[in-house]
Design a protein around this ligand. Structure first.
Ligand code: M6R
Length: 610
């Protein structure tokens, strides 16, 4: 996730608007930043690796001036965090900033290389600048050339472009990535989100997918890709600056919970073919996995819970045995590994000390190493032999939400990938599995609609002091994760158990003061068993919140206290759906209790100490 910005209007304001706006967008990524300003008919481009403060120093030293400019703050996806990969990317007189992923960039890059274009970065974005320049050289005006380029790219994007051939326009478009316009007095703005422009304007237009906007000093025109005029409402924003940073949500955690359909989609994007059933991971060498006959997954906290689910996925799909270790334990138990073992380190931040050290321990003992992480070029990503990035975008809330669901989809795709390498999957089977994955973002959207109902439920339950979460099969780690979410942000004691373990101890805890969350997607065998657990809880007067995809479960009203009905999905992907209501439940209980949801006591987002 990156932040983009554009401005046209007043020469004395351009630099200030861009730098102030980027400061407010910096939470979207801080690997590098850059701006381009058209001055005296030519683009002046400034870029810096690292924090925005470096760019500010550079820009102030050269004091560029111009009526219009674009800016970018980067969260690396294609190409490492370096100055050469920082935006804007330039081709001839065209400068481009982009947030998202261009899926067909390799194909376009090869085509443009054949035409003689030289590439200076490893990014997917650079193709956009060359495509536009190519068409301008072919005789089209800037606007038509931009449109022609937008028509050729596939993937998710919010883009802003300027050209020294037409230095009175900023052109922008979006698809699956946010982009807003803002109207000023003889000046106009564009940005990835509202907070970036809030000090300058409160009149905002939300662009829709496929819109192309041309911003001039006194006008904004919005068309579809074919140039047909489209009308979009101007909305007056009355948020205060802090809530604006959270896009109107009260907390980052809630914003991130609601970002999950997009985050999961971005993590899948460009990584499979629906026709062949093949799965690809950029930069990953398939030969690493040919001899692997055993996997150990190493992680902490929420990433550990994702790994427990990953075990189910890999064993079921690729038929390779998986052990899951808590990273801090693995390091000190002299694990037995060899060169046929694959160690997978799983970490949102890629900087967790325990996981990082566990990965090095595995490497030192001869294992092949892979990591699943959300942060480009993080320590774990640098140390592992191979990397799979989740594309969740920066996660700011301490309680991990979108990082978890994107780790699950990454594990699922990796299981198919490995299954194909190990010849455990037919083409037909993998096509079917990919289809199941494609349906997930929409199922998450549907599940998020339960928010209002879960808020009511939280109101009834927030005064309890203990909770028990029970799940079975692939959803038993969801009991752990649901309990972890509740305890870390609401400070309520919560335990997660595999439901079958209840009779071996935890059942002693059950009475009318113990709400029990039963996670029971309507899958065959384990569902029947969990109905048995339900009766055991009821017999001891426990309060039951029953989470299921079985529409018939409504008949259980009277036996259970509350039913949360989630949409049905395939068994292996059901944890991605069942965790959503539990994230919401923890969130609403915490807000009723009035705790600090985004920065709960005693916790840190990145744990870099042992
Ligand atoms: O960055 P990592 O995924 O390595 O972090 C691991 C844990 O510290 C993290 O998941 C922690 O448990 C979260 N606060 C859970 O919400």
């Amino acid at each position: 996730m990156c932040g983009i910005l554009g401005y046209i209007g007043n020469q004395s304001k351009t630099v200030d608007v861009l730098l102030q706006g980027l400061t407010r967008l910096e939470y979207r990524g801080y690997d590098s930043s850059g701006i381009a300003i058209i001055q005296d008919g030519r683009a002046r481009v400034f870029k810096s690796k690292g924090k925005l403060s470096k760019l500010k120093t550079k820009v102030k030293k050269h004091s560029p001036k111009g009526l219009l400019g674009i800016g970018h703050t980067r969260w690396a996806t294609h190409g490492d965090a370096s100055q050469k990969n920082a935006h804007p990317h330039v081709s001839g007189g065209t400068s481009v900033v982009h947030n998202g992923i261009i899926e067909n960039y390799l194909e376009l890059k090869n085509e443009l290389k054949k035409k003689g274009f030289k590439f200076y970065s490893d990014t997917d974005t650079e193709v956009i600048a060359h495509l536009i320049e190519d068409t301008i050289e072919g005789g089209l005006c800037f606007e038509d050339a931009a449109r022609a380029a937008f028509e050729r790219i596939e993937g998710s994007y919010a883009i802003a472009v300027i050209s020294d051939k037409d230095p009175d326009k900023v052109i922008a478009t979006r698809k699956f990535s946010p982009l807003i316009l803002a109207i000023g007095d003889h000046e106009n703005y564009l940005a990835s989100d509202v907070p970036a422009i809030l000090p300058f304007s409160r009149k905002v237009i939300y662009l829709e997918d496929g819109d192309v906007a041309v911003l001039e000093r006194d006008t904004i025109s919005i068309t579809d890709i074919d140039g047909k005029h489209v009308s979009r409402d101007v909305q007056e924003i009355n948020w205060d600056p802090i809530s604006a940073e959270k896009c109107g949500y009260r907390h980052f955690m809630m914003k991130e919970i609601f970002e999950q359909p997009r985050a999961v989609l971005d993590t899948m994007r460009g990584r499979f073919s629906e026709e062949t059933g093949d799965v690809y991971f950029e930069g990953l060498d398939a030969s690493l996995f040919k001899n692997v006959n055993r996997i150990v997954a190493l992680a902490c906290g929420t990433s550990y819970h994702a790994s427990l689910i990953g075990k189910y996925m890999i064993e079921k799909i690729a038929k390779v045995s998986v052990e899951v270790d808590i990273a801090s334990e693995f390091r000190y138990r002299k694990p037995i590994l060899d060169n046929k073992t694959l160690a997978i380190a799983v970490s949102q931040s890629g900087e967790t000390a325990d996981t990082s050290e566990a990965l090095l321990e595995a490497k030192g003992r001869g294992a092949t190493t892979l990591c699943i992480t959300n942060v480009m070029m993080s320590k774990i990503a640098r140390d592992a032999d191979g990397v799979i990035y989740t594309h969740a975008g920066p996660e700011i809330g301490v309680a991990s939400t979108k990082a978890f669901t994107t780790q699950l989809i990454a594990f699922y795709l990796f299981a198919i990938y490995l299954g194909r390498i190990k010849k455990q999957l037919t083409k037909k089977q993998s096509i079917e599995m990919i289809k199941e994955a494609i349906s997930i973002p929409q199922l998450i959207e549907i599940t998020l609609k339960l928010d209002g109902r879960i808020k009511e439920l939280a109101k009834e339950f927030f005064k309890y002091r203990n909770f028990l979460y029970l799940g079975r099969g692939i959803n038993h780690p969801i009991a752990f994760e649901g309990a972890l979410k509740l305890k870390e942000i609401s400070y309520i004691h919560a335990e997660g158990y595999a439901a079958g373990e209840m009779k071996h101890g935890p059942i002693a805890l059950i009475d009318e003061d113990m709400p029990v969350v039963l996670i029971a997607p309507g899958d065959g065998v384990t569902y029947k068993k969990i109905l048995g657990n339900l009766q055991e809880v009821r017999a001891r007067r426990g309060k039951v919140i029953f989470l299921t995809s079985d529409p018939g479960a409504q008949e259980l009203q009277g036996i259970v206290d509350k039913v949360i009905e989630v949409p049905d999905s395939s068994y292996l992907l059901s944890p991605i759906i069942s965790i959503i209501p539990l994230q919401l439940l923890a969130y609403h209980i915490a807000t009723y209790k009035g705790t600090d949801v985004d920065q709960p006591r005693n916790l840190a987002k990145v744990v870099t100490v042992e």
